[in-house]
Ligand binder design. Structure first.
Ligand code: CFM
Length: 538
């Protein structure tokens, strides 16, 4: 069914006028006849609306810092903030030979009422002492939760003193949950801290090998980066660091030596990508390793950047071998998935990245969106100068990064850079909207009410989102795929990941479970009543 802009009014029938006006700016129906379509994003969710978003603390400690395995990440706050950010994101990490791995630990100051009243700085300092003594990490992060900001504990001063006392880096992050409008603010805060205190903090001037790259915005959910690394290493790339999946403080210190930065998740890490370009002259390339075609395209873009016949040849050899292996398997699953439709609503990049993989299975994404992305993730980076700064954005400190006169080096000549920009997404991300088809819907910060209404009207065959809405939708009889945690499956990236995804999705359609589930409304109406004559009782 074709959905039109006018249909939105009917969909929002329950909303008060003010809410309706607000939400309409966050939803658009793709119309390619319009040169430019604008969407509102990265603004506050209206109180009372059930959003899927998280908080700034989640974005900083949970998303960007959490995967760094040789660090201990201290949660300064009530025990709940520590407990609920403990292993809830599937950023996997292996212990390297002789290396440190604290990923399974939950370390928190467990603030009590007396700490809230009298301050928690002493408790934090004691905890840092204990962590250094018992775990001996390579570095420590301290992340602030809401009450810490409210009572004014100076985590910077405590961390600095601890750093001097123990001679290991103790980094503090003022990422109180209420800063900004979502976890996106936390990404920015973490990016700033890593750039200021970690990246480039080593004496190395040379990369450890040929075709040296960093992989930014890849968090090894369900083992994704291991599959990407398998491919890149076979081709001959030297992976200096991954930010931050299965990575470490020690790896990140070397990141300035790379020749190119790949950006998988633009939303969570574009700040570091930009700062690395400014400080060291390292360009960044937007890649997407979700889906076979996207993986092939990204590998070819990388080869074009390095422009070395041996690398290009090896790239093509690996692509040809992998395609011959995985395409026949994908064909089998395609028979089950073909001609189906999907909703694809995930955090800040997967709502876009997974559309091509769905397409390879013959599944059309008819509604997509992000929980917390910004306008540039929807409309492309050229809108950045037009994005209005508001009070929430100003709440996140900007850091000033300047050219490192000693280490700055243009990795390729400016003319070649300009030439390449016409061919590959170098220092650019065109966003989700240009890839959507006419009549398809883009929704920012989709909420539970709208989820149910869009499902009622568009009846998708599969719903891709997260834990908060998965089971509600599954009880409607619609297969639901968690694209944050992958439903405990994965990897979904690269060639092997595409096959696993295809299998999981096909299993979702064919499981006999659906024969045993009858949603209540299929058997009986939700409400029934009779009209009888009689006295009013109210
Ligand atoms: Fe980037 Fe992510 Fe995402 Fe994200 Fe996230 Fe995640 Fe996500 Mo969940 S960093 S924006 S804050 S790709 S945890 S690994 S799946 S919402 S789409």
């Amino acid at each position: 069914m074709a959905f039109r802009e006018q249909d939105l009014d009917a969909l929002m029938y329950e909303y008060p006028a003010k809410v309706k006006r607000n939400r309409k700016k966050h939803i658009l129906v793709r119309d390619t006849s319009q040169q430019k379509q604008e969407i509102e994003a990265n603004t506050r969710t209206i109180p009372g609306i059930i959003t899927n978003r998280g908080c700034a603390f989640a974005g900083c400690k949970g998303v960007v810092l959490g995967p760094l395995k040789d660090m201990v990440h201290i949660v300064h706050g009530p025990v709940g903030c520590g407990y609920y950010s403990w292993l809830t994101r599937r950023n996997k990490a292996r212990t390297d030979e002789g290396g440190k791995n604290f990923i399974e630990y939950c370390v928190t100051t467990d603030m009590q009422e007396s700490d809230i009243v009298f301050g928690g700085e002493k408790k934090l300092a004691q905890l840092i002492d204990e962590v250094v003594e018992t775990l001996k990490p390579n570095a420590i992060s301290v992340s602030a939760t809401c009450p810490v900001g409210l009572i004014g504990d100076d985590i910077n001063a405590v961390s600095k003193a601890a750093q001097q006392k123990h001679h290991i880096p103790v980094l503090s992050f003022s990422c109180e949950g209420y800063r900004g409008v979502s976890q996106s603010a936390g990404h920015h805060i973490a990016n700033n801290g890593l750039m200021e205190h970690v990246i480039g903090d080593s004496d190395s001037e040379e990369a450890p090998g040929k075709y040296a790259i960093n992989m930014l915005g890849e968090y090894n959910i369900g083992g994704d980066s291991w599959e990407i690394e398998r491919i890149l290493e076979e081709i001959g790339y030297t992976l200096v660091s991954v930010m931050t999946g299965n990575s470490s403080y020690e790896e990140l210190r070397e990141a300035h030596t790379a020749e190119l930065n790949l950006v998988q998740c633009h939303r969570s890490i574009n700040y570091i990508a930009e700062m690395l370009e400014k400080k060291y002259g390292t360009p960044w390339l937007k890649v997407n390793f979700i889906g076979i075609e996207s993986t092939v395209e990204s590998l070819r873009d990388m080869a074009l950047y390095f422009d070395d016949p041996a690398l290009t040849q090896k790239t093509e050899e690996v692509i040809a071998r992998e395609l011959a292996r995985v395409e026949p398997v994908m064909e089998q699953y395609k028979k089950i998935c073909n001609d189906k439709t999907a909703f694809c609503f995930v955090g800040g990049s997967r709502g876009h990245h997974y559309q091509k993989l769905f397409k390879e299975l013959g599944i059309e994404t008819i509604l997509a969106g992000y929980e917390f992305a910004h306008r540039d993730d929807y409309e492309g980076r050229e809108v950045i100068p037009d994005i209005k700064m508001d009070a929430d954005n100003r709440n996140i400190p900007e850091i000033k990064v300047e050219k490192d006169e000693r280490r700055f080096r243009l990795k390729i000549p400016p003319e070649r850079m300009e030439e390449l920009k016409d061919k590959i997404p170098l220092s650019n991300y065109p966003g989700m909207i240009p890839d959507m088809k006419d009549g398809h819907i883009v929704v920012d910060d989709l909420n539970h009410f709208e989820t149910e209404e869009f499902i009622r009207i568009l009846k998708p065959d599969i719903f891709a989102s997260g834990i908060k809405d998965k089971y509600v939708v599954q009880k409607m009889g619609i297969p639901s795929k968690q694209l944050h945690s992958y439903d405990y499956s994965g990897p979904y990236a690269g060639f092997n990941g595409a096959i696993r995804f295809a299998k999981d999705v096909a299993d979702g359609f064919t499981t006999p479970t659906w024969n045993f589930i009858n949603p209540p409304w299929q058997n009986e109406p939700l409400l029934s009543g009779t009209v009888e004559e009689g006295e009013h009782t109210c």
